[in-house]
Write a protein that binds this ligand. Structure first.
Ligand SMILES: NC(=O)c1ccc[n+]([C@@H]2O[C@H](COP(=O)([O-])OP(=O)(O)OC[C@H]3O[C@@H](n4cnc5c(N)ncnc54)[C@H](O)[C@@H]3O)[C@@H](O)[C@H]2O)c1
Length: 375
């Protein structure tokens, strides 16, 4: 048996592994079958080196969600506008269209994705397409399709085309039987959501392909990400964004979690910086392929108290949503990210105080620009 990844266009002829020479692959499209061949470490390293990691061509899937466009902006500043392609199945705004290349790409359409990667000489793939925790529980079949079938598609394509691939994971990859305070990188992972199950599957598949074939798979477990300019996509930590908008519009927020529900959170700027720094890290620095990254942990009550230092009139009521509360109660309250700090120097900038003042400042400014009242 052989694996489709062995066609590494356009350098395939130069670096084709010896155990594939003589096969008729060059005359037909890559196949998606699998091989038991040993890991071709040396050749793989040469193939990756040939893609000029100093100036990658990046494709971001699911790029119109909360995280994609901000990451694209940072990568475009570093590598040039044309070298970072944003993709999604949603219609982009005029701003997105004028900011750099955007293409329609459905991660379930393998052939179209392959065409996109080959035609554009893509060397890095950031795989952001997913259905998040709360939305996934409401549509398990679709979550399974997008989060698992979609993942298999991009992993296979990364192998075929010798890509460096980044797939984010989450606090949701842990479950009630995991150590929760703090959750280490390596421990029992028995999540109870389809989102969590698909993310553990992603971590394990990526690591397996790395160990077996040398795939340059990289994965960070993000905490709940807090952003002022982009909207969350249906996760369990979404309240921690909505509360800022409510504080500055109506002055009231109804929280779907209990006041003492503690979860790991991170400012979006730290999340983007972590992603870029991790993607740049030389392979020799990485003792793991999946790392926790931490910044702060807070409860709804604590973030509300911090917001009240700026917006004293904020009133918060609590009406626990059984699905999201059950999910939150099964997640870690804190991450142990000591491996990320040691291996590639991860350090967050934002704590709770800085996050709250930055969020209020940014949302205030946005509302003022849009001619909306600010309380
Ligand atoms: N935002 C967070 O707090 C957070 C925390 C941990 C992990 N993550 C992970 O980071 C990644 C990005 O998160 P996000 O918050 O931007 O998610 P999001 O839900 O805001 O965006 C996901 C995007 O995927 C797109 N998508 C859905 N189906 C698709 C398909 N078939 N083909 C292509 N695109 C499709 C959607 O249109 C959407 O724009 C996800 O993998 C998520 O699991 C996010």
């Amino acid at each position: 048996m052989t694996l489709g990844m062995r066609v590494c266009a356009p350098t395939a002829a130069a670096f084709r592994p010896s155990y594939l020479r003589g096969l008729s692959r060059a005359h037909g499209p890559p196949r998606r079958d699998f091989t038991c061949s040993p890991r071709p470490t040396g050749r793989w390293t040469r193939q990756v080196a040939a893609t000029r990691p100093d100036r990658p061509r990046v494709l971001i899937t699911g790029g119109l969600g909360q995280l994609g466009s901000g990451l694209a902006e940072i990568l475009r500043q570093q590598y040039g506008k044309e070298n970072v392609i944003l993709s999604d199945i949603k219609k982009p705004s005029a701003h997105v269209l004028s900011s750099g290349p955007f293409v329609y790409a459905d991660v379930l359409d393998y052939k179209q994705l392959r065409e996109l990667i080959v035609n554009n000489g893509v060397t890095w793939l950031v795989h952001y397409s997913a259905l998040l925790s709360a939305v996934g529980e409401a549509n398990v079949a679709l979550a399974r399709k997008i989060n698992i079938t979609g993942l298999h598609n991009v992993l296979d394509l990364a192998l075929e085309n010798c890509l460096r691939i980044f797939v984010p994971s989450t606090i949701g990859a842990f479950g009630p039987s995991s150590p929760r305070d703090p959750a280490p990188d390596l421990c029992i992972q028995r999540p109870q959501t389809i989102y969590g199950v698909s993310k553990v599957h992603g971590e394990l598949m990526g690591e397996y392909l790395h160990h077996k074939y040398g795939l340059d798979f990289r994965c960070l477990r993000y905490p709940g990400v807090i952003s002022a300019h982009t909207h969350p996509g249906g996760g369990t930590t979404d309240y921690a964004i909505q509360i800022f908008h409510d504080a500055l519009s109506t002055g009231r927020h109804e929280c779907y979690l209990r006041p003492d529900t503690r979860l790991p959170m991170m400012h979006i700027a730290d999340c983007h910086r972590a992603t870029v720094e991790f993607m740049h890290a030389p392979q020799s620095w990485l003792s793991l392929r999946t790392y926790n990254i931490d910044a702060m942990s807070f409860t709804p009550e604590e973030v509300a108290d911090e917001i009240r230092k700026h917006v004293p009139q904020l009133r918060v009521t609590y009406k626990s949503d059984p699905v999201r509360q059950m999910i939150a109660d099964s997640w870690p309250v804190r991450f142990d990210d000591s491996n990320a700090r040691r291996d590639w120097g991860w350090t967050p900038v934002y704590g709770l105080e800085g996050l709250v003042s930055d969020m209020l400042h940014s949302i205030r400014e946005k509302r003022t620009d849009e001619g909306l009242p600010v309380s």
